[in-house]
Design a protein around this ligand. Structure first.
Ligand SMILES: NC(=O)c1ccc[n+]([C@@H]2O[C@H](COP(=O)([O-])OP(=O)(O)OC[C@H]3O[C@@H](n4cnc5c(N)ncnc54)[C@H](O)[C@@H]3O)[C@@H](O)[C@H]2O)c1
Length: 457
């Protein structure tokens, strides 16, 4: 595939390591290892398999490896048939044995990079992976980190750990960073159609990484790993801050009876200089809610603060409280009811539409706050049957989605639409529940007849 590289053309003095790797790539014989077979790792493996490239998928979880080898994706937005066809073509095998990665020429790492309880980067998964890899590293391999992280991680954290193998980065093996831009559930884009930013700290690393990624996608080469790491943070911080800005504007417009959704729809007709962001009940997911704080952490190392990030954080993390405040107000004004005497349905647990991922979802915070207010809370999500164990809301684990039917819906005094899944029948919701707080504009079109019971919040 074509490369977006412009200013980093192949160096004339290609080392033997790079030469051997490039020859294999040219012959279509590279074997790819993917470490971490989750939301990012699985589609990445699939993108290679689709290009007839053999993939060894390693996951620390034996259960996960077994699930995949049995043809189950474990994710609703990825059909099992997609896993089955990689298996049938004998282009993919999942394993929980790290030594199997020895056969891979390039190893791409997509393990979690969450925050710890003190809101600091938790790189333990990356470090653990490097420890495992360093025991199995062989000369000539390319190792690429794809997990989101702060600038300096590849060079300062990964490299020393991998070099404990006795092999030297840039000489015996190549090291690179390429941020993952996967957007699960987005029907318009997939791994193979999202250009990939790639950086390495040696000429060999750049050449090898470019060759490995060009099998599946267009690459955008940058001069080093730090630049590639920073690129991902810039992308996500841009979203974090802009979402906070529209959330703030929404709270102001509410007071002056202006519909922020209508305003954004009008504003986005401007053909330049405006990009639409939408308000919501808070920000969730394993990326936008977490990644900005990776930069805050790094900035502190230099005695600098990240005021935009912190301010956006204040606004975004306060949104669930704002929604509950609106609900409390509307329930008492319209229904003459206190929250503590009400049955509330939270509609949508996932952090965004049409996926089954509820990591860091504001819906969990909403349920928690409603419970604290004494409300009787249930949730419905067509894609999530039960709340799993989570870092911040362990006490909600095991809570089950209600069954969707008219009789069950009629039990509720109010519903909060927190995620606008396409497959939810919002008309039926409006027909059966007296008060609807819509935080996602899910009731935008053809809901005139229910206007009196819908509050956009
Ligand atoms: N999910 C997204 O939409 C998305 C988008 C862009 C970037 N990212 C980034 O990609 C990275 C991975 O995220 P994800 O959503 O795929 O996570 P995930 O939790 O879905 O998957 C991670 C997988 O890694 C496995 N794992 C954990 N430690 C391991 C180890 N030491 N060795 C091997 N496997 C291990 C887990 O068992 C799990 O299957 C994160 O840094 C995330 O920020 C995610």
């Amino acid at each position: 595939m074509a490369s977006g590289a412009t200013d980093m053309e192949p160096s004339k003095s290609v080392t033997k390591m790079a030469e051997a790797f490039l020859e294999k790539a040219e012959a279509g014989q590279l074997v790819i290892g993917v470490v971490g077979l989750g939301y990012v790792g699985l589609p990445l493996a699939e993108a290679y398999a689709r290009q007839n490239t053999r993939v060894i998928g390693y996951d620390i979880s034996e259960k996960r490896a077994e699930q995949l080898n049995n043809g189950h994706s474990g994710m609703l937005h990825i059909d099992d048939s997609r896993v089955q066809s990689m298996l049938d073509a004998k282009l993919f095998k999942a394993t929980a044995k790290a030594e199997d990665l020895k056969d891979a020429d390039a190893i791409l790492i997509a393990v979690p990079t969450p925050l710890d309880i003190h809101h600091q980067p938790d790189l333990s998964y990356v470090v653990d992976t490097c420890k495992i890899l360093s025991q199995n590293l062989r000369r000539g391999q390319l190792i690429v980190l794809e997990s989101t992280t702060y600038p300096g991680t590849t060079d300062e954290v990964m490299k020393p750990e991998l070099e404990k193998s006795g092999l030297k980065a840039g000489i015996d093996f190549a090291l690179a960073y390429s941020p993952e831009r996967e957007d699960p559930g987005n029907p318009d884009f997939e791994t193979a159609t999202i250009p990939k930013v790639v950086g390495a700290d040696s000429a060999d690393g750049r050449l090898m990484a470019q060759a490995a990624y060009n099998i599946i996608v267009e690459t955008v080469m940058v001069s080093n790993t730090r630049t590639a790491e920073a690129t991902k943070l810039v992308e996500n911080i841009y979203r974090w801050i802009n979402i906070a800005a529209v959330n703030e504007m929404k709270m102001i417009f509410e007071k002056i009876d202006i519909d922020i959704w209508e305003v954004i729809d009008a504003a986005k007709t401007k053909p330049f200089g405006f990009h639409a962001f939408y308000p919501g009940p808070g920000v969730g997911g394993h990326c936008i809610r977490i990644d900005p704080y990776y930069l805050s952490y790094k900035a502190r190392e230099y005695g600098l603060s990240t005021q935009f990030i912190e301010l956006a954080g204040e606004i975004n993390t306060n949104m669930p409280r704002h929604i509950i405040g609106r609900l409390l107000q509307e329930l008492s004004r319209r229904e003459k009811k206190a929250l503590a005497a009400s049955k509330i349905l939270l509609c949508g647990l996932a952090y965004k539409k049409d996926i089954d991922d509820m990591r860091e979802s504001p819906s969990l915070e909403l349920i928690q706050l409603l419970k604290e207010q004494g409300a009787d809370v249930s949730f419905y999500d067509p894609m999530i049957a039960e709340v799993p164990e989570t870092r911040e809301h362990i006490e909600l684990a095991g809570m089950k989605s209600i069954t969707w039917n008219e009789a069950n819906l009629r039990e509720f005094d109010a519903a909060v639409i927190a995620t606008a899944h396409s497959r939810v029948n919002y008309k039926e919701l409006c027909e059966n529940v007296p008060l609807i707080l819509d935080t996602r504009n899910a009731t935008k079109d053809n809901f005139e007849e229910f206007k009196s019971k819908i509050v956009k919040a």
